[in-house]
Design a protein around this ligand. Sequence first.
Ligand code: SF4
Ligand code: SF4
Length: 344
Amino acid sequence: MRDPRPVAQVIEEEGVAAAIGLKHVASLLYTYRCTLSCRHCCFYCSPRRPATHASLDDAVGWLMQLHQTDRVIHIAGGEAMMYFTQLLDLCRAANRHNAAPHFIETNATFARNQAVTYERLSMLRDAGVRGLLISADPYHQRLCPPANRKRCRDVAVEVFGERNVAAADHSLEELQDLRDIGRDEARLGEWTRRHPPLLSGRAGDELARFFADRPASDLTDAMWHGGEGDPSCRQEFDPETMWEIHIDPYGNLETCCLIVLGNVHEKTLPEFMRDGFLGRSPVIDAVYHEGPLGLLRLAVDRGYQPRAGYPQKCGLCWEVRKFLRPHFPDVLGPDEVYVPDPSD
Ligand code: SF4
Ligand code: SF4
């Protein structure tokens, strides 16, 4: 249940970090390109993805639409900080329409020294951005130096204030331990089983090996944001209850499930949120009503041979979506999130 207060009031009274859980999020996925290629990335992002990002005009318009959802609005990716000049221009332009994002999500790789970190975050604050979300876990820290992550959080707290920074306050030693876990297959397997990621995208291909297979009919795990015991995925596809909503650089509307729900070049986000997504594709209807078992049924009808077991509800979904993609290219895309990077 989302907090009934308007998002601006929640941010004012509670800060950006708390508002994320209270109001849920909506984001502009500025690019699928990233400075890292984390093993748990459900979007399959990497430095080798095309240098494609949302245009300034599209992005300003989409931020204005995102703000109409009364959610906490952010810019994510990929790593949007790769395109800092364009990102800053975008925030400034959006701010002239009272539509600057509430926060930017970053992996902290840009925070290579104090001066750059302070300058960039101050410029974003002056362009209307209210806070920052900074990732930290063994998958990110395997690739991102602990000093960057610590510097980024420390400076962000100084620039935005602590309650506007969604990032655990890890010491350098703790970050180094996360890095060590990320670089040790046995420790990573143990950590992954204790903190199961959504086994989709690169996570589905790289991390499923850490989990035992179970019969498809037993897979009613909680998803990222609840739903334990429910084989359907209704919660993630109902405009009222979905945790997040993303607009990608191509205008695709999606969630972390990577099923395209529509395109904002076709009609606006508020219209999609009013009308819902049912009836747009057999894939969306199947996951809404039956979850991945519905997708499995669609796949078997098209010649898929089911396996004896799968590692997770979302892992089953990923395996079946890869098979179904040629049959439903309009909703199972874009290429960046389904086709492994050649160097993966
Ligand atoms: S998880 Fe985030 S930081 Fe890691 S590759 Fe994906 S988008 Fe980049
Ligand atoms: S099973 Fe598929 S549709 Fe359901 S939450 Fe997981 S990824 Fe999303």
